[in-house]
Design a binder for this molecule. Structure first.
Ligand code: PLP
Length: 378
């Protein structure tokens, strides 16, 4: 059997070990330390806006603390893109708030600005107050239509928490994803464009927000010689070891973006002449995607085969692929939550597939994928 080709696996650059070794040599093995500060500075320089970054234990923790920073309380409603990973929505539930799901539009697969406005108006009529926050996602690295989403958010004076877990290295009209909203969450989970083995960060628009985030993520200790607390805290800070991996990864982030974008080009070439298959690409030059995952949709009536047929055929060749995210409003756990939109996200889920997209795919891997795809559609 051939080696497994993964959807997206960790890809070390070389210097990660150096930073981790430094942490060992200086006994900065405990949380905090120079790598944490270094990674935050690297991210601030990379995103190149007037922002402040707090390194945390996961992207999910970043979303949780983001919502707390924005003042979300039990019983509040928070609008969330339905087509996403569950970690975009779970932190809303952690706070006893209610997720309100919004459909995608078909260009970017991200939050539809029109459905967003419908949702806000309907919820204001139903509950008498505005939703507390809006969570758009840059799915698979594709920037959401941030101009339009921010315009709606501004009109109703609702803060935006960007879920940029998949969008580090992407930009919209030249501005980095993760710098549009009041706050943004990044993820360095093992399958993301860069990894710290597990980790995340909250991008904040002020130093005060960052300080508050660091405070909450380190058990909310008041200044006192003893342990004194006047708020509920969390153990969400990134460790200095993980941050060392992150510093090495930041050195190669641009290479990783280039590699993933060339995978997307490979799939565009591969599927160009296969009828009924469409590769997910940037709708215009306003959008720059890191192409974290390359995805296709299959029109079964034209192609004569379904996305599940292709998934199983690839699996036979030990090649991993995966259906698109199943929308949150179709998940049993969120079946009670309001939803606004039509069937854009649902239709994408039914016909879409994510293909191997790692920055470490070799020419041999791509040749195997090509052979398997061509044999399947022959
Ligand atoms: C990975 C991911 C998260 C969560 O990040 P973790 O670091 O795994 O907690 C949140 N949202 C989206 C869209 C993701 O892909």
């Amino acid at each position: 059997m051939n080696d497994k080709i993964w959807l997206s696996s960790p890809h070390m650059g070389g210097n990660e070990q150096k930073y981790v070794n430094e942490a060992f040599e200086q006994n900065w093995v405990a949380p905090l330390g120079p790598n944490v500060n270094g990674l935050e500075a690297d991210l601030e320089a990379y995103l190149s806006q007037d922002i402040h970054v707090a390194a945390l234990s996961s992207g999910t923790a970043a979303l949780h603390l983001g919502l707390i920073n924005l003042g979300v309380k039990p019983g509040d409603e928070v609008i969330c893109q339905t087509m996403t990973f569950s970690a975009s929505a779970n932190p809303i539930a952690y706070l006893g708030a209610i997720p309100v799901f919004v459909d995608s539009e078909s260009d970017t697969w991200n939050m539809c600005p029109k459905s967003l406005e419908d949702a806000i108006r309907s919820r204001m009529i139903a509950t008498g107050k505005e939703p507390k926050a809006i969570i758009p996602v840059h799915l698979y690295g594709m920037p959401a239509k941030m101009d339009e989403i921010m315009a709606v958010a501004k009109k109703y004076n609702i803060p935006v928490l960007e879920d940029a877990a998949e969008g580090l290295g992407s930009s919209y009209k030249g501005q980095a994803c993760g710098t549009f909203g009041a706050m943004a969450a990044l993820s360095f989970n093992g399958n993301k464009i860069i990894t710290t083995s597990g980790g995340g960060a909250l991008v904040c628009s002020s130093k005060e927000q960052k300080d508050q985030t660091v405070f909450l993520s380190t058990q909310a200790r008041d200044e006192a010689p003893h342990y004194q607390h006047s708020q509920i805290g969390y153990n969400y800070r990134m460790s200095n070891i993980c941050a060392g991996i992150g510093r090495g990864q930041m050195e190669v982030l641009n290479d990783r973006v280039t590699a993933r974008r060339s995978n997307n080009q490979f799939y565009q070439d591969l599927f160009r002449d296969i009828e009924g298959v469409t590769v997910f690409v940037e709708p215009s030059s306003d959008f720059f995607s890191n192409h974290w995952l390359s995805c296709i949709t299959i029109d079964e009536k034209v192609a004569g085969k379904s996305r599940e047929d292709l998934r199983l055929a690839l699996l036979e060749e030990n090649i991993e692929s995966r259906p698109l995210w199943k929308p949150m409003h179709l998940q049993p756990v969120f079946s009670e939550s309001p939803f606004y939109g039509t069937t854009v996200a649902e239709d994408l889920f039914n016909c879409g597939l994510c293909l191997p997209s790692g920055s470490n795919l070799s020419d041999d891997d791509r040749a195997r994928i090509k052979e398997a795809v061509l044999a399947f559609f022959k």
